[in-house]
Ligand binder design. Structure first.
Ligand code: URA
Length: 293
């Protein structure tokens, strides 16, 4: 390692980045192939030993010690972090923690200290929100990507630039819109969040919406729409329909549209998004639909 010049190291990092290796989850590299080969060898040896004794049951337990202790293999959290909680315990803790937040700043602080979501261990930082929390309209995406993880703000990469253009098309910008994600920590390598991770984060984003109290909620993409609107319907069917969203305090108008990342891959989708943007503009002009508050 000491033979590398700073320029070599920068090139090496750039190479990793371009190859898609953009998350460091441990201090030391772990050879997973060697690990599973050792486990397979141990299973084979245990099976052979069990066979000699005529006792196949030996195979399962004796295969296990061959794996390194979980501590060594487990992702190391920045700053050294907690053991994972069982998901149902984490979900309950999330509900309680979210409920206890009296305002958005308190919610951010609570999330900073919440250790129940495994994604926190691999993310660089919390990505809470951007824009104006007093805005009448709130946009919610799925989860931060690499740029968001680096900057700690949602939608600041390529998708974010397209989102800014979408906002501008209807006279909005980050001073007149509030922006957040269902998941506030970047999933490693931008993988899809698991249903459990989503369930753990859901009470927080629901509380964030309740506290921001927008008139209009816009779900960006299928995962955000399905999670927040509680449906399994695909985004192609969901988009463009104005539905009701219960914040806990009142009913507001909600609408789903395609995610900007989808539009970057599928520019033809912009035609439909244009319609959605006009529907959003019309909702803003008539004040969303306020019921019960
Ligand atoms: N995609 C999202 O869903 N959210 C972001 O913040 C960035 C990209």
């Amino acid at each position: 390692m000491t033979d590398f010049s700073p320029d070599d190291l920068a090139d090496l990092l750039a190479f990793h980045l371009e190859a898609g290796v953009d998350v460091a989850i441990g201090e030391e590299p772990v050879d997973r192939f060697a690990e599973s080969a050792a486990a397979a060898r141990a299973r084979a040896a245990a099976f052979a030993a069990g066979g000699e004794r005529g006792n196949g049951a030996a195979a399962r337990p004796s295969a296990q010690p061959a794996r390194p202790a979980p501590r060594a293999a487990a992702p190391v959290a920045p700053g050294g972090m907690m053991a994972a909680q069982p998901p149902d315990v984490a979900e309950m803790a999330a509900r309680e923690a979210a409920r206890s937040a009296e305002n958005l700043e308190a919610l951010r602080t609570i999330l900073e200290g919440f250790d129940g979501c495994p994604l926190k261990r691999t993310a660089t930082r919390l990505v809470f929100a951007d824009g104006n929390p007093q805005a009448r309209i709130m946009f919610v995406g799925e989860a931060p990507g690499r740029d968001e993880d680096v900057q700690g703000l949602p939608f600041v990469g390529r998708s974010g630039r397209l989102l800014d253009l979408m906002l501008a098309a209807i006279g909005l910008d980050r001073t007149s819109a509030y922006i957040a994600n269902v998941i506030p920590w970047r999933p490693p390598g931008n993988r899809t969040p698991t249903p459990q991770e989503t369930a753990i984060c859901l009470p927080f984003i629901r509380r964030q919406i309740e506290l921001a109290d927008p008139d209009i909620l816009v779900c960006l993409g299928g995962p955000s729409a399905q999670t927040l609107l509680g449906t399994k319907e695909g985004i192609t069917k969901l988009r463009g329909q104005v539905v009701s969203y219960e914040t806990g305090q009142r009913t507001i108008a909600a609408l789903a549209t395609f995610h900007p990342a989808y539009l970057l891959r599928t520019p033809l989708g912009k035609r439909l998004v244009w319609r959605d943007l006009l529907a959003i503009e019309a909702l803003l002009a008539k004040g969303g639909h306020r019921e019960g508050g």
